[in-house]
Write a protein that binds this ligand. Structure first.
Ligand SMILES: NC(=O)c1ccc[n+]([C@@H]2O[C@H](COP(=O)([O-])OP(=O)(O)OC[C@H]3O[C@@H](n4cnc5c(N)ncnc54)[C@H](OP(=O)(O)O)[C@@H]3O)[C@@H](O)[C@H]2O)c1
Length: 386
């Protein structure tokens, strides 16, 4: 079976190199806006050039973005080609549609590297849930945010400088909004919850906040209590059968496993009814780490062992109003925070009494209209040390 690549940038080139180095299936066609030397003799003229080629059995989409990635993946699946992708934006936005299209055409649709880069996270989540209902999942899945937070903590640099360094080192995109505002973390949460619970949640239905407004003063608040901030995805099953899920910065013990994750590393975990806590750590991004997981998906699909990550997809209720946690809120609009939810305040920031993520994110949205520089973060305690 021959392979086609859609995109020949950071990850596409990585996939190409690994397949060559390991004698994997041959890449015979590449669709890219800019033709580079390594594509010689393999340039595809269009997506139709690829989907009409009977020799090509698998398409690896590594272009990024939602459109035209969605249309190209749909064409490939409809033409009976397996598809693997590292693109969380398209996989999360069109999860139900693409999963159904793959099933209808009897081919694989795999997106392991879209959540966790090199980490075999979705693969293990899909295996685990068969015998081991997933009670909760969480993790650090955005290397850019973690790098920024580490630089701020360890080198005392302000947010803007840490972000510029992340961009210079290639961790952050030229437009870093999806990373620093939490959308990237949220999309990885959507994929994780959909796999864990055989559903098709959409990112618009889950609350999300990022680290764009974090200041050294926020970090100093945590340091005084032995806490660090990490950008986390959090999800799980409520006792009533509904599902919760949100992405937000969280203060947690500096010596907890998450608190010990430095720079652009990722750490994800789930709690299963039988297995208990399972943790996975590794590079969440980067050319070869990410391409590695794409190649694993390619080999599974080509060998016919790529079992679908979801079974029968069914709707599930989302409730973020049942879990209660305390929050740190720093805002010039502090007088607008209802007094009955404030546990303590120094006049600049407050720690709330336990409130639900649904209520906190709703309140923050209102407060942000008055104070666009507001920062808030969940507060977690934990016994576990790294
Ligand atoms: N980089 C990472 O560490 C990482 C980690 C995990 C997941 N991912 C995901 O992997 C995907 C690819 O990321 P990347 O870092 O490899 O991006 P990239 O370096 O920008 O490469 C994307 C490639 O696709 C090409 N392209 C874009 N639109 C196209 C179109 N309409 N038709 C044909 N070619 C097109 C680009 O061409 P031009 O260069 O000419 O624009 C470029 O060659 C993204 O979905 C990203 O989220 C990346």
């Amino acid at each position: 079976m021959k392979i086609a690549l859609l995109g020949h940038g950071t990850i596409g080139l990585g996939v190409d190199h690994i397949l060559k180095r390991t004698g994997g299936p041959e890449v015979t066609k590449i669709l890219s806006l800019i033709v580079d030397d390594e594509m010689a003799g393999r340039t595809a003229s269009s997506i139709d050039d690829i989907v009409s080629d009977p020799e090509i059995g698998l398409v690896a989409e590594v272009m990024g973005g939602v459109h035209p990635a969605y249309e190209f993946i749909s064409k490939a699946l409809s033409a009976g080609k397996h598809v693997v992708t590292a693109n969380k934006a398209v996989a999360a936005a069109y999860f139900a549609e693409l999963t159904a299209l793959a099933e209808a055409n009897g081919v694989s649709f795999r997106y392991t590297s879209a959540a966790g880069g090199s980490i075999p996270w979705l693969m293990n989540l899909a295996r685990a849930k068969r015998v081991n209902p997933v009670l909760a999942l969480s993790g650090i899945v955005n290397g850019t945010c973690n790098y920024i937070l580490t630089r701020m903590e360890e080198d005392g640099v302000p947010f803007g400088e840490a972000l510029s360094d992340a961009q210079r080192l290639g961790f952050a995109e030229r437009d870093p909004a999806a990373d620093i505002d939490g959308a990237d973390t949220l999309r990885k949460l959507v994929l994780s919850l959909n796999v864990a619970y055989d559903t098709a949640l959409r990112e618009e239905t889950l609350p999300c906040a990022g680290i764009r407004n974090i200041t050294p003063e926020d970090l100093a608040f945590g340091r005084a209590l032995g806490l660090k901030v990490r950008m986390l995805m959090k999800g799980g099953r409520n006792e009533d059968g509904s599902v919760y899920g949100f992405a937000e910065p969280v203060f947690l013990p500096a010596d907890s496993p998450e608190g010990c994750v430095r720079e652009n590393m990722n750490l994800v975990s789930y709690v299963g009814t039988e297995s208990g806590l399972q943790r996975f750590s590794g590079y969440g991004a980067g050319r070869y780490p990410t391409a590695y997981n794409l190649v694993e998906d390619i080999l599974d699909a080509v060998s016919g062992t790529a079992v679908p990550y979801t079974g029968h997809i069914a709707p599930v209720a989302v409730r973020n109003d049942l879990l209660m946690r305390r929050y740190y809120v720093r805002t010039s609009a502090l007088p607008e925070v209802p007094a009955h939810i404030i546990e303590s305040t120094d006049g600049t920031a407050a720690v709330t009494r336990p409130v639900s993520p649904a209520d906190m994110h709703r309140l923050a949205k209102l407060l942000l209209e008055k104070d666009p520089l507001l920062f808030f973060a969940g507060m977690e305690e934990g016994e576990e040390k790294c």
